[in-house]
Design a protein around this ligand. Structure first.
Ligand SMILES: [Zn+2]
Length: 271
């Protein structure tokens, strides 16, 4: 049996849901009739390692499944190659926004930046109709989560030409939510931002799925899904170490960076 968080395990999940109705967020939000039960909504928050998202998009497409992939604006850019590749496979692509974090809680600046980023994606020929909030520690006391931008400014949906937001526009009494943030599968019967879920596994959720009398809304973080099990285990343990012993993790990272800088310096001297 394939190890969780490997592409082989993701492929098994795709096989298990291939005969069910599976929706992107935009398809789910714009349906005019209730979907037949049980159904699945597939969401991917691409925090980094965009190449992993491309691999998962290809696997899903091989099983005729379409999902929604949300991308961050990182290091001054979007990875347009990855985004275009995924859009060309008929998946939905959207913006994974964190502009309240970036603008340190300034709502006007956060709205301007959000419009700018959505505009950049559209200028690249991409259709953007939904957005997903990135979850991280707030950078100012003026807000609690990036979701607050749309919570406090609901008219922003119209101004930005958006149909919805992946949390605020979903009625979670109709879907069970499943997420694997930080490599831990959590199940939420009535999801609310900040709520604590129940521990589960993808395998258990897939087995329960045929008996569900609601839909299943799954969020994947492609950066946690690896082709090689050993590579996955390495990053998973590194993440766990970092969360358990943040100081130790910082020291390890710092010494790695020092070593790299020293090697770089040596190479420059040789040239
Ligand atoms: Zn994120």
């Amino acid at each position: 049996m394939a190890l969780d968080f490997t592409l082989a395990a993701f492929e098994t999940f795709c096989q298990q849901i291939a005969h069910m109705p599976v929706f992107t967020l935009i398809d789910y939000l714009t349906r005019t009739t209730a979907p037949p039960l049980p159904f699945v909504v597939l969401r991917f928050d691409v925090d980094y390692r965009e190449v992993h998202a491309v691999q998962m998009a290809r696997i899903a497409e091989r099983h005729n499944l379409q999902g929604s992939f949300y991308f961050r604006h990182r290091n001054g850019n979007f990875d347009l190659n990855a985004i275009r590749t995924i859009a060309a496979l008929d998946h939905e692509v959207g913006y994974h926004y964190e502009t309240l974090d970036t603008c340190r809680g300034n709502f006007d600046a956060a709205e301007t930046l959000l419009m700018e980023h959505i505009g950049a994606l559209r200028a690249a020929g991409l259709t953007i109709r939904t957005v997903a909030a990135h979850g991280s520690t707030p950078t100012a006391p003026s807000y609690q989560s990036n979701l607050d931008l749309f919570r406090r400014r609901p008219e922003l949906f119209e101004r930005a030409g958006l149909v919805g937001e992946t949390t605020l526009s979903v009625d979670f009494s109709r879907v069970v939510r499943l997420s694997e943030a930080n490599w831990h599968w959590q199940r939420y019967a009535q999801y609310q931002p900040g709520a604590k879920g129940r521990k589960t596994s993808l395998r258990a959720a897939a087995q329960d799925l045929p008996h569900l009398d609601t839909g299943l809304y799954v969020t994947f973080h492609p950066q946690q899904w690896f082709k090689r099990p050993l590579e996955m285990l390495y990053y998973r343990w590194r993440n766990r170490l970092g969360r358990t012993f943040p100081r130790l993790y910082q020291i390890v990272r710092f010494s790695q960076q020092l070593k790299l800088q020293r090697e770089h310096g040596r190479r420059e001297q040789q040239q």
